[in-house]
Design a protein. Structure first.
Length: 581
């Protein structure tokens, strides 16, 4: 006899199937139409939620099977999605990355966030909102969408371009602000407007204590425990311990009266200081995608179309005011601290709409009765619609930027100034080989500064979103402008043998400790490059011969393992002869 389902379990199972169907079928279909995944999730939630087609289920009973019956049941999964988002965000916040982009992060990011929050707070106060509610609204809407903006930039392969680096710098500062904002909102919900200074002071103290805790625990406890788990059980135990760290830290901050999300963010920073950072990112990526999808579906479900229609004037005016204020502020901030006017304008078009953390902040404020439900719903509607507009707004910003700097002048007029960068790769030559290397390194979040003397190759590379500049890597001043002092690696791919040797020698004179990878024409050229200071050399002739020999052996029927072993032995012998070993 089959066991009976508990009351309400059938509806929960049906809702789970609807969620999975939306994530596994509907969103991929929207992706084929080049709709970003985050926008697809929001639109899907809008359709299947209580304010979508579910309104007509009394007339069309079949709609009940493709819509959500219990919207509140998704809140737990949405909360988990936010925990993973903030945890992975914490993994990415490192002092090294912040220092490399410090001018953009703290200059442009600080100015954009501060002025935008102040302007929006002033508007909310003028509309009659209490002080703490107005400040919360200003802080929530001042943030932009890291998830959508970075996805769009990565899809267009522009994350390493000047626009991508500028947007990333501002978004990094905003991401840092999330935790202090959540502290502020949590503490503000316990106090009144007359205690604003006290609330800000407490938030600052708790933030400093959180940083002290990160340093202490990360240095003395977490790494040894993770190593023990990795030795004892490999990835399974490591995953279990990581989940324990995330959930445990979240519960600790919640028990202290702060938010769950803050604990997850701190846990991410803790793990990010260990050697298990990249393994953790890989292991959690599938879970993050699904749970974040659930969160964005709940965002769409919360958009009340009836309210938008009923208050369409307020929504429209609020949307226009938000986009205008944030665009102008971001454009000025990016122009002052991050680059030329075209770059600032295009970056501002990405940053003008609101972001996903607006919903987290509004939910926290509503739970603490800092903002009433009707106001929060209206603000959420404005934020959600603005996020849906990110793709067309960024495309419009790109066209405006192109008009400000025509393609024929862009390359010559763009100044090479990467002296503040650290941990990046300098590539000398951006032809066929350089592009192939960049295509492989780019998805790994490597920052590449490419130099080439051929203006046409520079133009082609810049159109594809790469940071390519006209310059001779054999000149000391060009290498200094490219940030050689803070670079992690130099790759020389130029065809001309003499130029390659000159570039390697110049890099070695300026940086005795840096790794230099170079492309050689043949074994003799490889020996000269090594003598000039190259750390590792790849001769075209040897590698081409080995690849052709491998194909020939396969054609004769040799198995793949035998071919690989023969090639490895031959390669080792050739490289030994090349280096005189």
């Amino acid at each position: 006899m089959a066991a009976e389902l508990a009351p309400g379990a059938e509806a929960l199972i049906k809702d789970a199937l609807v969620f999975l169907g939306a994530a596994g079928l509907v969103v991929p279909l929207l992706r084929t139409a080049k709709v970003p995944a985050v926008i697809g999730f929001i639109l899907t939630g809008l359709v299947i939620g209580p304010f979508g087609i579910a309104q007509f289920s009394d007339r069309l009973p079949g709609l009940a099977y493709v819509t959500i019956s219990e919207p509140g049941a998704a809140s737990l999964f949405a909360e988990l999605g936010i925990l993973f988002l903030l945890f992975l965000l914490g993994l990415e916040i490192s002092f090294q990355k912040l220092w490399a982009l410090r001018r953009t992060v703290f200059g442009a990011g600080g100015l954009q966030a501060g002025v935008s929050a102040a302007a929006i707070t002033g508007g909310a106060l003028a509309l009659g909102q209490p002080l703490l509610a107005a400040v919360t609204i200003g802080l929530a809407l001042a943030l932009s969408s890291t998830a959508i903006v970075m996805q769009l930039l990565q899809e267009s392969r522009r994350a390493a371009s000047p626009v991508g680096r500028t947007a990333l710098g501002v978004l990094l500062f905003q991401d840092i602000l999330v935790a202090p904002i959540l502290i502020f909102v949590s503490v503000a919900a316990m106090g009144g407007e007359t205690q604003l200074a006290l609330i800000l002071g407490e938030a600052l103290i708790q933030g400093l204590l959180a940083i002290a805790l990160i340093v202490a625990v990360g240095r003395f406890a977490l790494s040894p425990v993770l190593r023990l788990a990795a030795r004892a059980g490999g990835r399974d135990f490591l995953m279990a311990l990581t989940l324990l760290v995330v959930v445990g830290a979240a519960l600790m901050t919640a028990s202290a009266g702060l938010s769950l999300a803050l604990g997850a963010f701190l846990a991410g920073m803790l793990v990010g200081e260990t050697e298990f950072k990249h393994q953790t990112e890989v292991d959690l990526e599938p879970f993050k995608g699904l749970l974040l999808g659930v969160f964005f579906i709940t965002v769409g479900m919360a958009l009340d179309l009836r309210l938008v229609v009923a208050l369409w004037q307020e929504v429209l005016l609020g949307l226009l005011a938000l986009l205008t204020v944030k665009f102008l502020v971001a454009a000025v901030a990016c122009r002052l601290f991050a680059g030329r006017l075209p770059v600032a304008v295009e970056a501002a078009s990405f940053l003008a709409p609101a972001g996903e953390f607006a919903f987290v902040i509004l939910a926290t404020a509503t739970t603490g009765r800092l903002i009433d439900t009707e106001t929060a719903t209206l603000i959420a509607a404005i934020a959600g619609i603005s996020m849906v507009l990110i793709p067309p707004l960024s495309a419009l910003g790109g066209r405006v930027a192109a008009g400000l700097a025509p393609e024929d002048a862009e390359v010559q007029n763009h100044r090479l100034d990467a002296g503040d960068l650290e941990g990046h790769v300098i590539m000398a030559g951006f032809g066929r080989v350089g592009r192939t290397i960049a295509d492989l390194l780019g998805p790994e979040d490597a920052t590449i500064i490419a130099l080439d003397v051929d203006v046409r190759r520079v133009q082609t590379g810049r159109r594809s979103g790469w940071s390519v500049y006209v310059g001779d890597a054999g000149r000391a001043e060009i290498l200094e402008k490219a940030g050689l002092g803070g670079a992690e690696l130099v790759i020389v791919t130029v065809d001309d043998a003499a130029s390659a040797e000159r570039m390697v020698a110049q890099v070695r004179r300026q940086r005795a400790d840096i790794a230099i990878l170079a492309r050689a024409q043949d074994a003799d050229h490889a020996r000269r490059l090594t003598a000039s200071g190259a750390s590792f050399v790849i001769p075209d002739a040897i590698e081409a011969g080995l690849q052709l020999a491998g194909r020939a052996l396969e054609a004769f029927g040799y198995p793949g393992d035998t071919v690989r072993d023969r090639l490895a032995a031959e390669r080792e012998g050739e490289y030994r002869k090349m280096t005189g070993g």
